[in-house]
Design a protein around this ligand. Structure first.
Ligand code: PLP
Length: 362
């Protein structure tokens, strides 16, 4: 046996690394990033602020100032605290490790965010995927029945969902929270909340098993890697024990505090993206052979419906025109010939529209 076989778990050896496409020189519409930067005057001020950060010191591990700024400005209800993560990816890993009792399972609708299943597997938990309906709404009877059968320790509901953009029915989510009861936590992942008119934050007091997870990534700060989750204090205290003590670096902390002081700028950018989403959705729906799914996020899922033309062919034709979107057609049977397009600036969206239009011939 080789060194690798001797020491690395068989399931880890069988995994392929999380692939991120090199986007240099492309119009980048694959990763749900906010296309806008901070205005130059704020960039200048941020530079001055970051120049004063004590790089020689460890972060103060309570992160009290940043946490109270997030709670005050991002709608965390009074009496609820948050745990911070290096992106919500780290929060997903933290909850997975904390809940990985022998035999514990993780459940989520599919197609969904891939890290739920990957984190479950890395923590040694079985992942149960429950297919959505063909129009990407929750299949509530199937969800409730799978919860009764498997009694998952963690159930994820992305609200809105990635990669479909769907905002699940809130009553169905409440029924799931009730069915899970005190046998598991339900993580409502609100990564795309800045683009949706709905949130489960106000429900925290009603459901002791509810965890609301968010990130600043889609809001315009993907590079600083910062996520947060709110839940009942007893639950958060347990998750916090799994968190590496200095997981948020001082530059992220200072940048996030600065951005929150100027959150109106980020809110305006999110509003501009929502307006472009409506316009772009109409433009795409007018193209022959393109089905557009309703989106409450900063991306739009489409399906190529022309006979003899695959989503992959359209994806490759766009790549040839230096437009990078996400080909999700192979992710799940329900996503056949589907492509996910991040909503960008009017100028980039116009280039995407022109490139797509010219890529639709069978
Ligand atoms: C539903 C969902 N949750 C979480 C994340 C991860 O966000 P972060 O950048 O905070 O790790 C993503 C990223 O695409 C996502 O789609």
């Amino acid at each position: 046996m080789s060194l690798i076989e001797n020491i690395i778990r068989a399931d880890v050896r069988a995994l392929s690394a999380y692939h991120v496409q090199d986007a240099a020189g492309f119009i980048k519409l694959d990763a749900m990033e906010n296309p806008y930067t901070l205005p130059p005057a704020l960039q200048q001020k941020l530079g001055e602020r970051l120049g004063q950060v004590a790089l020689n010191r460890y972060p103060v591990p309570s992160y009290a100032a940043l946490k109270s700024a997030i709670c005050a400005r991002l709608g965390v209800p009074a009496g609820f605290d948050i745990v911070l993560g290096n992106g919500s990816d780290e929060l997903i890993a933290i909850v997975s490790v904390a809940c990985a009792k022998a035999g514990a399972k993780v459940l989520a609708p599919l197609p969904g965010f891939v890290m739920y299943a990957i984190s479950a597997q890395l923590a040694g938990m079985e992942f149960i995927g429950v297919p959505l309906q063909a129009d990407f709404r929750l299949d509530l009877p199937a969800m409730l029945s799978a919860i009764r059968t498997h009694r998952p320790a963690i159930t994820y509901l992305a609200y809105p969902n990635n990669p479909t953009g769907t905002l699940f029915d809130a009553d169905a989510m409440v029924a799931i929270l009730r069915e899970v009861g005190d046998t598991g936590v339900v993580i409502v992942d609100e990564a795309y909340q800045p683009f949706a008119d709905a949130s489960f934050m106000p429900q925290l007091a009603a459901f002791p098993n509810l965890v609301v997870m968010r990130t600043v990534s889609k809001l315009g700060l993907a590079g600083i890697r910062l996520g947060y989750m709110a839940a009942a204090p007893e639950l958060l205290a347990q998750f916090d024990k799994v968190r590496p003590p200095y997981n948020i670096n001082v530059l992220t902390q200072a940048t996030a505090e600065f951005a929150l002081e100027h959150s109106a700028v980020l809110d305006e950018q999110a509003a501009a993206i929502c307006a472009e989403r409506s316009r772009l959705a109409l433009a795409l729906a007018a193209m022959p052979g393109v089905e557009v799914f309703p989106s409450s996020a900063n991306f739009i899922l489409i399906r190529i419906t022309t006979a003899g033309l695959s989503g992959t062919t359209v994806f490759e034709r766009l790549l040839a025109q230096k437009v990078l979107i996400k080909n999700v057609g192979k992710m799940h049977a329900l996503l056949e010939n589907c492509l996910r397009i991040t909503v960008s600036t009017p100028a980039e969206n116009a280039l995407l529209e022109a490139a797509l239009q010219s890529s639709l011939k069978p």
